[in-house]
Structures are given as structure tokens and as C-alpha cells.
Design a protein around this ligand. Structure first.
Ligand code: CUA
Length: 343
């Protein structure tokens, strides 16, 4: 006689198990995962992780196996008289276990030090250098150049050429933040009045999500950024465009928008190169429309979300430093048209 209920239950349990396993594996992929390395630095860190994971699993299985074996043995010889030989064997087993533990831990220490050395930045070289300054709660991004006019300042989106080592100089304007792009490198702190140097490299084009990894106040969770890796010629074209001053208004609406920008509170905090706006409290908006998100990855750069941000950014990201802006509908639409033209 068959028992249909029991096997069906087992199949259901198996399905749940497989679904859970797939879900946890899926979260290891994507553009924000240390287990999905996209460059040599993250690959070394990933290899170290797999080594630690494998050794830990082996150690766990061995410990459990010996524990079960010990329990089984002790039950069998519970009533036997103490055996001097067994005593000596036990002492030897413990000594061997201690020796194996020391050797294993030392091996992992060596692997960890070697990984640290392999991913530490080279002492010198002709690299593309980007200075990244953490602010509560956004990222200021400056492409260094010996020629002042060739320098580029942007925010929250870091374009890099593929296949090249890029040097990052990390610092902070206020509190300690932490720069973390899991797919490209480990965490690096940004410390006020102190510069930390690191290097990253992306092997193939892609957009990699980064996140502040050190609690830095109210909107720490909304302090994301993106690294956009592009083929070198595409990157160069992007850089050339960013070096240009802002585009001039192309129609009356945009001209009115520029006027609103320069006469309302916007001008007190932001820079738009090519206009009198030159403040450095908030992000540089010279090419703001070339970015995919605003507010450090919080909302997309789109008409509706931009409008909401301009009028009442506190409803999107409470605690940020942008004030409410009382604009008439006509002023708002003009300002949006102008901001959206800043490609
Ligand atoms: Cu910046 Cu957390």
C-alpha cells in the first residue's frame, strides 16, 4: 500500500529548502556583492573569503564528527575501568588537535597578510586619481589634474575606465564615513583631515553600487553611490564633457529657470560652472542631468522626483541640509527645465 501524504510533504520541504538556497545564492550576485568580484582587488578578497569558508566548513565537520565519535565511545566504555593506555591516547589526541589548530590558524594568518599586501596600493605610478570626500550624506568626487581647468567635480557617481588601476584619495568633510563597493574592493574609512589612499580596478564595463559602511548619522543608509566602469574611449568622452562649463539656456523657460536658480536659495549652496553660482555646501550641479540618481542614490533623476526634491527634500531624506524651497509653480517648472538641461 502506498502512502501518498508523506512523500508529498517531503517534496514540499525539499522545494522550500531549494528555494531558500537559491534565494541566498541570488543575494550573493548582482552589482553589490563581495562574492561577485569585478576587479583584481575584490577577486583577491573573494578568494580569501572562499579559503576561510572552506577551512571553516572542514573544521566544523571534523569537530562534529569527533564529538559524535567521542560520545559513542564513552557510552560503550562507560562502565569499564580506567585504562592507562586510553588516558595516554587521549593526551596524544589533544596534543595533535592543538598542533593542527595552531598550524591552521597560522596558515590563515599568512593568507590574510598576503591578501592585504596584494591589494594595498602600489607606492607610485601614473594613475587616474580621484579625490573622494564624504559629506553628511553624499559623496564629493574630484578628478585631479595638474591643469586646474581640466579638473572635474561631480557627486555620487564615479566614472572610471575599465582595465586601469584608478587611485582614490579618501577623506571626509565632517564625520567618519566608509567607502565600500563590494564588487570592487573592501571597506575603507574616510576620516576628517586625513587622506587614505586605495586603488580599484574594474575588469569589464558595468555599474557597481557602493554604500557608506560606517554609521554617520541620520541618513547613513541613504548614502549610496555608483561606480560606472566604461571602456577607456567612452570614459574619456564622459570626462571631456564634464570638463566643459554648463550649457547655456536654450530657450526662454530654461533662461527663466537659470534666473530662479541664481536668485533663490539654490545659489547659496551649489556650483554651476559657467554661471555666478560657486558655493560648495552641496553637490556641484554643472552636469547634474548627466547623473542617474540624486540625493546619493536615493531617488532617480527624473522630473517628478527632482520636483519633490527641490520643493521638499526633507520628505525624501529627513535631516539632510537642503532647506524647503517655496517656489511658485511657474518658477518650479522653469527651474526643473533648466536643471534637466544640464547634461
Ligand atoms: Cu556616511 Cu554612513
Amino acid at each position: 500500500m502506498s502512502h501518498p501524504i508523506k512523500p508529498r510533504l517531503n517534496v514540499a520541504a525539499l522545494r522550500i529548502l531549494i528555494a531558500a538556497a537559491c534565494l541566498s545564492l541570488a543575494s550573493c550576485g548582482g552589482n553589490h556583492s563581495a562574492l561577485n568580484p569585478a576587479g583584481p582587488q575584490s577577486e583577491r578578497i573573494g578568494n580569501l573569503w572562499w579559503l576561510l569558508f572552506t577551512v571553516s566548513v572542514i573544521v566544523f565537520v571534523l569537530v562534529v564528527a569527533f564529538m559524535l565519535y567521542g560520545a559513542y565511545r564513552s557510552r560503550r566504555r562507560n562502565n569499564a575501568a580506567t585504562d592507562e593506555n586510553a588516558e595516554r591516547r587521549m593526551a596524544r589526541a589533544v596534543s595533535i588537535a592543538v598542533a593542527v589548530t595552531v598550524v591552521t590558524l597560522f596558515g590563515l594568518l599568512v593568507a590574510s597578510v598576503l591578501t592585504g599586501r596584494a591589494i594595498s596600493p602600489p607606492p607610485s605610478g601614473d594613475f587616474l586619481t580621484i579625490k573622494i570626500t564624504g559629506h553628511q550624506w553624499w559623496w564629493e568626487v574630484e578628478y585631479e589634474d595638474p591643469v586646474a581647468s581640466q579638473r572635474v567635480t561631480t557627486a555620487n557617481e564615479i566614472h572610471i575606465p575599465t582595465g586601469q588601476t584608478v587611485m582614490l584619495k579618501l577623506t571626509s568633510h565632517d564625520v567618519i564615513h566608509s567607502f565600500w563597493v563590494p564588487s570592487l574592493h573592501g571597506k575603507k574609512d574616510l576620516i576628517p583631515d586625513h587622506e587614505i589612499i586605495t586603488t580599484i580596478q574594474a575588469d569589464a564595463p558595468g555599474t557597481f553600487r557602493g554604500q557608506c559602511a560606517e554609521f554617520c548619522g541620520h541618513q547613513h543608509a541613504h548614502m549610496a553611490f555608483f561606480i560606472i566602469a566604461e571602456p577607456p574611449d567612452q570614459f574619456q568622452a564622459w570626462l571631456e564633457n564634464q570638463r566643459k562649463p554648463s550649457v547655456q539656456p536654450a530657450d526662454q523657460l530654461q533662461a527663466r529657470g537659470q534666473q530662479v536658480f541664481l536668485t533663490k536659495s539654490c545659489v547659496l549652496c551649489h556650483t554651476i560652472q559657467g554661471t555666478p553660482a560657486g558655493a560648495h555646501v552641496g553637490p556641484n550641479l554643472t552636469h547634474v542631468a548627466s547623473r542617474q540618481t540624486i540625493a546619493a542614490g536615493t531617488i532617480p533623476f527624473a522630473h517628478d522626483s527632482l520636483a519633490r526634491w527641490v520643493v521638499d527634500s526633507q520628505s525624501v531624506k529627513p535631516g539632510n541640509r537642503m532647506p524647503q524651497n517655496m517656489l511658485s509653480p511657474e518658477e518650479l517648472q522653469a527651474l526643473l527645465a533648466y536643471l534637466e538641461s544640464l547634461k
